[in-house]
Design a protein around this ligand. Sequence first.
Ligand SMILES: Cc1cc2nc3c(=O)[nH]c(=O)nc-3n(C[C@H](O)[C@H](O)[C@H](O)COP(=O)(O)O)c2cc1C
Length: 188
Amino acid sequence: MLEIAIILGSTRPGRNGEAVAKWVHELAQKRSDATYELVDIKDYELPLLDEPVPPSQGQYSKPHTKKWAAKIDSFDAFVFVTPEYNHGTSAALKNALDFLYKEWNDKAAGFVSYGSAGGTRAVEQLRLVMAELQIADVRAQVMLSLFTDFEKWSVFKPAAMHEKSVANMLDQVVKWGTALKTVRASKG
Ligand SMILES: Cc1cc2nc3c(=O)[nH]c(=O)nc-3n(C[C@H](O)[C@H](O)[C@H](O)COP(=O)(O)O)c2cc1C
């Protein structure tokens, strides 16, 4: 069975991301095509990248890096739940991505974003990062508006149509995640 992480990319106190990630996780758990786990990067207490050797060399020295690496290594695909901060993703999510390398490689990912323009600019930025990490990012995307999917920009009340977007995005993540599992297996 494919194992998919729903990665909560904001760590701010009072973050809207928590409600969004829980909603995605609840919808995902109704499916039978994969196992879905909510992964909160806040729980890993990653400092700003403090590894002396570039992650692509795979020489992790710190306990927090090894713990994060073991977690990410256990998944076949990812759903990144990202806020939009200053037209980009959160520093916390970028830092968590930067910490590792091979644990991300040859896996699939989809995005759920939120912001005044649906978080679209954060995802466009993330798509560039995905290429360098050798993560295949799917086209389907869930874009939530702070104006119409949240009350007073803080109480999450997603419009019903987004459930279909989540389903489309997960369909594509499962399809590519399954294909890439064979790529990783062929590498040994
Ligand atoms: C530092 C910061 C920068 C922001 N910049 C943007 C932005 O460029 N575009 C946007 O749509 N929303 C922006 N916002 C609003 C966030 O999208 C909104 O606060 C969202 O709830 C943040 O996610 P979080 O609550 O999970 O941290 C910004 C918020 C913060 C805290």
